[in-house]
Design a protein around this ligand. Structure first.
Ligand code: G3P
Length: 221
């Protein structure tokens, strides 16, 4: 399973890269706004900077909601670097735009996925990645991990190549559950990835190893 970070923060992206486990980056308009990136030129420049840090896929989302606008924006985004993936919302014109991008060899990430039916349509249009929003499904009292499981089973049965990119991940537990349910990729804040490190028995065990080592060293002088 691939690990992406879901952020437009360059420091967080660099820190994840330094860890040696980073496969890519996802962003969205909210995450870009959070970093204070406004204006088309600045947005394009910021994406360029992300692609200079990370060699894996970087999802850059269109703002337009009509077919012509999405294609125009997507072409502009795809021209930034070969590892740009055009992120398109699951709406009627979005499905049409994904088909167009697929026919023109531009990678896509179909976002705002909340049902298996939407996942079927995105795969049929040829989306490279599919982004089901686990946390937001959980927020409604439905089950986001069940959704990943259902889509993974459906894609496997039908032989679709679209990669399931579990998004809106809120915890380390979500990452493990998404992996178990068949996600190809998880995207989340670095904090959730670092949370996978933690276990009290690791800390206790390490402290004991070091104490025993120091005791043995002291005994021999
Ligand atoms: O990748 C989608 C993600 O950014 C949404 O996360 O926590 O706002 O639901 P959240």
């Amino acid at each position: 399973m691939k690990f992406f970070v879901d952020t437009a923060n360059l420091d967080q992206i660099s820190e994840a890269k330094d860890l040696g486990i980073l496969d890519g980056v996802t962003t969205n308009p909210s995450l870009m706004a959070k970093e204070g990136i406004v204006g088309r030129e600045n947005i394009l420049k910021h994406y360029k900077m992300i692609t200079e840090i990370v060699s894996g896929d970087v999802s850059a989302e269109v703002i337009s909601t009509d077919f012509d606008g999405m294609v125009r924006e997507g072409k502009e985004l795809a021209a930034i670097a070969p590892n740009i993936v055009v992120k398109v919302p699951m709406i009627k014109d979005g499905v049409k735009a994904i088909s167009w991008f697929t026919q023109n060899n531009i990678k896509t990430n179909c976002t705002l996925i909340f049902s298996a039916g939407q996942a079927l349509l995105a795969a049929k249009a040829g989306a490279t990645y599919l982004s089901p929003f686990i946390g937001r499904v959980d927020d409604t009292s439905w089950d986001g991990i069940d959704l990943i499981h259902d889509i993974a089973h459906m894609y496997q049965t039908q032989g679709f190549m679209t990669e399931i990119l579990a998004a809106s991940i809120r915890s380390p537990k979500h990452i493990v559950q998404a992996a178990q349910a068949g996600a190809d990729v998880v995207t989340c804040p670095l904090k959730s990835i670092l949370g996978l490190l933690n276990h009290p028995l690791t800390d206790i065990g390490l402290a004991k190893f070091l104490a025993d080592h120091n005791k043995a060293e002291a005994a021999v002088g």
